[in-house]
Design a protein around this ligand. Structure first.
Ligand SMILES: [Zn+2]
Ligand SMILES: [Zn+2]
Length: 379
């Protein structure tokens, strides 16, 4: 069978440039992947053919020789070095070569990072307890975060004195090694470089080759008004430094708001129990209530207010975290029974009680209900 033209095999024009050839080959490799071709007996042969074509066309010198002499360039030793034939191997190992070349693109570029030994730093979590007042106003808070930062001594490379890290000879920088099991290739983390893809001959003495060092870092954090327990603030790029120049992780601040002596919070609303004297509750009057901003508001207590009565102060609650105004504050009246009476007060209260009975002989509606309950039990 006559050998097909390499350009035809890849489906590109004669003399196509390197990028076009690579793109065409990649498409072929995907198309002929064994996972998709279990029912295509020709896939293996086609793939080998494409692989052979690519081995030649991706190489400047071989490509030039092929353009000039055609297939004859690699026969009878003309091309030298055995040419592509020596590299045909079996289908599975040929495929793993393709993956070496293409994985970076298949996997969205992840491999690219691997090859340089770079790894993204970890995200960090920092728990921050704040007071309700601070949650109300928002605040600037300086926190100290134990983290690791890029090593200055080696510029984050992990190698001593400007020497370059070497591509790991075991895995050729992939960070993984392959073992063949029949048709399939299994991958494991490279034992030589622990998956870094690089080995360092003279590790940096400061960071022992990690490219980063442990350090406490001070950070000024902006806590927006309206945060509550469970609010998470993300500080992009403030986490742990990456390994060997990899990107930095993020820092997450988890907010916990302390409970308050006066105010209870429910979302953006605040609740506060305010004691009020028996006389004020009965006669009506004004009271002063504390507000979360540290100020005070005057409120009218209507005549005849009972204990437990709720009143609302609009917009005196917590600000909404994502804008849109503030909640309200609810005041619950707690009528206080007077204690430690003087004899004069005692005298007045007794007189008051007597007058109350004369004024309202039936008593309150509660007492009326109790009386009719007892009456019904008797009959
Ligand atoms: Zn270092
Ligand atoms: Zn390795």
């Amino acid at each position: 069978m006559a050998k097909r033209d390499y350009y035809d095999v890849l489906g590109v024009a004669k003399g196509a440039d390197a990028a076009t050839i690579k793109k065409a080959y990649r498409a072929k490799a995907k198309e002929l992947h064994p996972d998709r071709n279990s029912d295509n007996p020709n896939a293996e042969a086609q793939f080998k053919e494409a692989n052979e074509a690519y081995e030649v066309l991706k190489d400047e010198n071989k490509k030039a020789a092929y353009d000039r002499y055609g297939h004859a360039a690699f026969e009878n030793g003309m091309g030298g070095g055995g040419g592509p034939r020596g590299q045909q191997g079996d289908f599975a190992s040929a495929f793993s070569d393709v993956f070496d070349d293409l994985f970076g693109d298949f996997m969205g570029g992840q491999r690219g990072g691997r090859r340089s030994g770079a790894q993204r730093g970890n995200d960090l979590r920092y728990n921050l307890r704040i007071n309700l007042e601070d949650a109300y106003s928002g605040m600037q808070k300086t926190i100290t975060v134990p983290t690791s930062v890029g090593c200055d001594a080696c510029n984050g490379t992990g190698a001593e004195g400007g020497s370059e890290p070497q591509t790991c000879p075991t895995c050729n920088g992939m960070g993984k090694v392959r073992a063949q099991q029949g048709f399939f290739t299994v991958e494991r983390t490279c034992p030589t470089c622990s998956g870094m893809g690089q080995t360092i001959k003279n590790p940096c003495k400061t960071c022992h080759g990690a490219g980063r060092v442990e350090k406490e870092r001070s950070l000024s954090v902006n806590i927006p008004a309206g945060v509550e327990t469970g609010t998470r603030i993300r500080l992009a790029g403030e986490g742990e430094a990456g390994m060997r120049g990899g990107p930095t992780g993020d820092l997450y601040i988890f907010i916990e708001v302390n409970s308050h002596a006066l105010f209870e919070r429910e979302s953006t609303n605040l609740f506060c129990r305010v004691p009020v004297s028996m006389a004020t509750a009965a006669l009506g009057g004004e009271i002063e209530v504390p507000t979360i901003d540290g100020g005070r508001s005057r409120m009218k207590v209507p005549e005849g207010s009972q204990s437990g009565r709720q009143m609302r102060l609009r917009s005196k609650g917590m600000p909404a975290l994502r804008g849109g105004g503030s909640g309200d504050m609810f005041i619950e009246l707690a009528v206080e029974t007077p204690v430690k009476l003087t004899s004069r007060q005692r005298e007045l209260l007794k007189e008051f009680d007597k007058l109350s009975e004369e004024n309202n002989p039936q008593g309150s509606s509660f007492f009326k209900s109790v009386k009719s309950f007892w009456d019904s039990m008797k009959s």
